[in-house]
Design a protein around this ligand. Structure first.
Ligand code: NAX
Length: 330
């Protein structure tokens, strides 16, 4: 067995982390032969709760888990870290404007970017989950100039998984038979869930999802809106935001980044845009990517029709506005 790697999860006393820590500890992300030490970062008032999480992790008796260190100190949490799940963020409170939320959170991600820059490994892979995830990832990367920009990504995998599940249910196949769904743009209600490149395995045949669904109108309206609004629908039912599914998505995202995508398959990740597909540059934009040897590459050459161009423009514009607001705050 190899040496343990150091993994940090922020917001470790929160609800997403409660599911995510178990998935990471038991090998879902880094594989069944990679031991690890978990660093759990949260804010001082949450240290008591975090103690309970530490006790539960110990009581899981997981052989791969070689240590658990709870802390409220970013220096302790980020020193020599190989993988960082940045889940912790200020939640939206009643009466809070979107701008106030952005303001509180970009400040957190500036501080964490600076800490990663000083203390983390230079090949650290950083996944930002805390909202607004794309712009937080951009700010984090800007304040960590010694770490390559491609090492900062934002999570849109939950949206991708939601889209995959909707298509599978519509066709009536297991979710694993559906692949290559794309989430373009921002992890917000302007995101564009795109099924036009998705494929579905039915018996021994591979079909385009659009051919299997046979309802373009549904794909362009009901499907898109259902995925865009799924977070709000879960909150309405559960009275709390998505947590188990968000943890599973974070685990999927980091696993694919470390271990690679399957041949012929791509996944969606928010990455620093190079302007592909007409997206604005210098924002963290969700694209379809393939991953090999720990490096992602944007899938090129997919045909984009007028409807998709319109949808990409809307979400790109929102990301440019968020970037301007974030820069004005900092
Ligand atoms: P919780 O409120 O349950 O937990 C957040 C935790 O972060 C708390 O324990 C809090 O004390 C901690 N925290 C706050 N500031 C911190 C700081 N500076 N350093 C370290 N920890 C800090 O929220 P939870 O449901 O776990 O959601 C976490 C974040 O994920 C939220 O911002 C949420 O909006 C975002 N989400 C992002 C998703 C995505 O797809 N990108 C989907 C799920 C989720 O909504």
């Amino acid at each position: 067995m190899s040496e343990p790697i150091k993994v940090v999860v922020t917001g470790a006393a929160g609800q997403i982390a409660y599911s995510l820590l178990y998935m990471i500890a038991k090998g879902d992300v880094f594989g069944p032969n990679q031991p690890l030490i978990l660093y759990l970062l949260d804010i001082p008032p949450m240290m008591g709760v975090l103690e309970g999480v530490v006790m539960e992790l110990a009581d899981c008796a997981i052989p791969l888990l070689h240590g658990v260190i709870p802390t409220d100190d970013p220096v302790v949490a980020f020193t020599d870290v190989s993988a960082a799940f940045l889940v912790g963020a200020m939640p939206r409170k009643q009466g809070m404007e979107r701008k106030d939320l952005l303001s509180a959170n970009v400040k957190i991600f500036k501080v964490q970017g600076e800490a990663l820059d000083k203390y983390a490994r230079k090949d650290v892979k950083v996944l930002v989950v805390g909202n607004p995830a794309n712009t937080n990832a951009l700010i984090c990367s800007k304040y960590a100039p010694s770490i390559p920009r491609e090492n900062f990504t934002a999570m849109t995998r939950l949206d991708q998984n939601r889209a995959q599940a909707q298509i599978a249910a519509k066709i009536g196949v297991p979710v694993g038979n559906v692949n290559n769904l794309i989430i373009w743009g921002n992890h917000s209600s302007t995101q564009f869930p795109d099924a036009s490149h998705a494929v579905v395995q039915i018996d021994s045949k591979q079909l385009k999802a659009t051919e299997a669904v046979k309802d373009d109108n549904w794909i362009r309206s009901t499907f898109v809106e259902t995925v865009q609004k799924r977070g709000a629908t879960v909150i309405a039912a559960r009275k709390m935001s998505s947590a188990m599914s968000a943890a599973k998505a974070a685990s999927d995202h980091m696993r694919d980044w470390f271990l690679g995508t399957a041949p012929g398959h791509f996944v969606s990740m928010g990455v620093v845009s190079d302007g592909s597909y007409g997206a604005p540059k210098d924002v963290v934009f969700s694209f379809p990517v393939t991953i090999k040897n720990g490096k992602w590459e944007i899938v090129q050459g997919l045909p984009i029709d007028d409807f998709a161009t319109k949808m990409l423009n809307i979400t790109g514009k929102e990301l440019e506005e968020e970037r301007l607001e974030a820069i004005a705050i900092i």
